[in-house]
Design a protein around this ligand. Structure first.
Ligand code: TRP
Length: 354
């Protein structure tokens, strides 16, 4: 695929040269995020930080999965607002729209066409057995729509449309990746081609810390009320951290902290300077720790950490022209690859020939 470069940041010619030389032989990395709320520290350390690193070493597609979000029937205004917010936050965290292809799924209607083709070879039994579908059936018994059932084929279309090699996703998405491989192989077999390749889940949890919640749980989550959002105002961050769950304090030297305290240390390790972290670790170990003091420090360091991102979020929020440009550029780059795939798929299927 040819990479087209646009003049969004005309002051960065060296990087463009570097990219033109190297991008052709790179692995194709693709990941999507559903626009269901603001990004939090867990998203940053668990995913975005690596996206930023990967974007110069791979051919990356990062997209906002707004088709997927229709399964919950969002109000148009909320949908639009959420897509915009995720776009802003991806950019604020350092995704470079020139290096990576950053786009909204709904700007690539070819995805819907590939989804339809893949649905023809996806069987009710396998879709019903999918864990995420079974969970949804339990969670929203009054809205078990066909979009939920075929969520994995839409995800397969996202991935296969760009022939992705690596798909950075959490554990909960691995079954969808497995299904994508099944759909890809089935297509190949059905038409006697070796067209789609098998994408692999790319799990960087081993290199990166999973950020725990403030409530003692091991995972920070959007919907669980235990998250610090990159967009939170300092006062909100202070309030959340001061309310974080703690215990009555250590009673023995060098004892193993309970989960909720270990969680605070994990967050500290990521956002505080090393000596601050060590200071509180030692205070814990010799039973002199004061959680109030620790939380105050943690809150200030989280605020310091988030400040440049928050500043960028605020800046980008006022720059509609730039956001539109980014979105158009992403759509153009993604559509070039998607159109090519659909042209080839249509031909393989037998369309378009007299
Ligand atoms: N299902 C993913 C999630 O809920 C989002 C997603 C949609 C996705 N399409 C994708 C992730 C393709 C990776 C690749 O997190």
């Amino acid at each position: 695929m040819d990479i087209i470069f646009h003049d969004i940041h005309s002051d960065k010619p060296q990087k463009q040269e570097y990219l033109i030389e190297l991008k052709q032989d790179m692995d194709i990395v693709l990941s999507g995020i559903r626009p269901t709320g603001n990004l939090h520290l867990g998203n940053y350390f668990g995913a975005a930080k690596n996206f930023v690193k990967m974007q110069y070493e791979n051919q990356c597609y990062f997209f906002i999965a707004d088709y997927h979000s229709l399964t919950t029937h969002p109000h148009p205004e909320n949908l639009q607002q959420n897509v915009r917010q995720i776009l802003i936050e991806y950019l604020a965290m350092g995704i470079d729209p020139e290096a990576a292809t950053l786009y909204a799924q709904s700007d690539i209607p070819e995805t819907a066409e590939l989804y339809m083709f893949l649905n023809m070879n996806a069987y009710l039994g396998e879709l019903e057995r999918c864990t995420s579908f079974k969970d949804k059936v339990r969670q929203q018994p009054n809205n078990i729509n066909a979009g939920l059932l075929t969520y994995p084929t839409l995800m397969a279309a996202d991935i296969l449309i760009h022939h992705a090699d690596k798909v950075p996703v959490g554990k909960d998405q691995e079954q969808h990746l497995e299904m994508t491989r099944v759909f890809a192989n089935r297509f190949n077999k059905m038409y006697g081609v070796s067209y789609f390749k098998e994408p692999q889940a790319y799990n960087f949890n081993r290199q990166l810390v999973k950020i725990p919640g403030l409530d003692g749980s091991t995972k920070m989550g959007k919907s669980t009320g235990n998250a610090i959002f990159l967009n939170d105002e300092p006062a909100v961050i202070r309030k959340k951290v001061m309310k974080a769950k703690t215990d009555a304090g250590p009673t023995e030297m060098n004892q193993q902290p309970p989960q909720e305290i270990e969680n605070l240390f994990t967050i500290m390790k990521n956002v505080c300077p090393e000596d601050t972290y060590q200071y509180f670790r030692e205070a814990y170990n010799n039973c002199t720790i004061r959680y109030g003091e620790m939380k105050k420090q943690l809150a200030e360091d989280i605020i310091t950490f988030c400040a440049p991102i928050k500043e960028r979020i605020d800046e980008l929020s006022k720059d509609d022209a730039y956001l539109l440009k980014v979105r158009a550029l992403g759509a153009e780059k993604a559509r070039e690859s998607a159109r090519k795939t659909l042209r080839e798929v249509r031909q393989i299927i037998g369309f378009g020939n007299i």
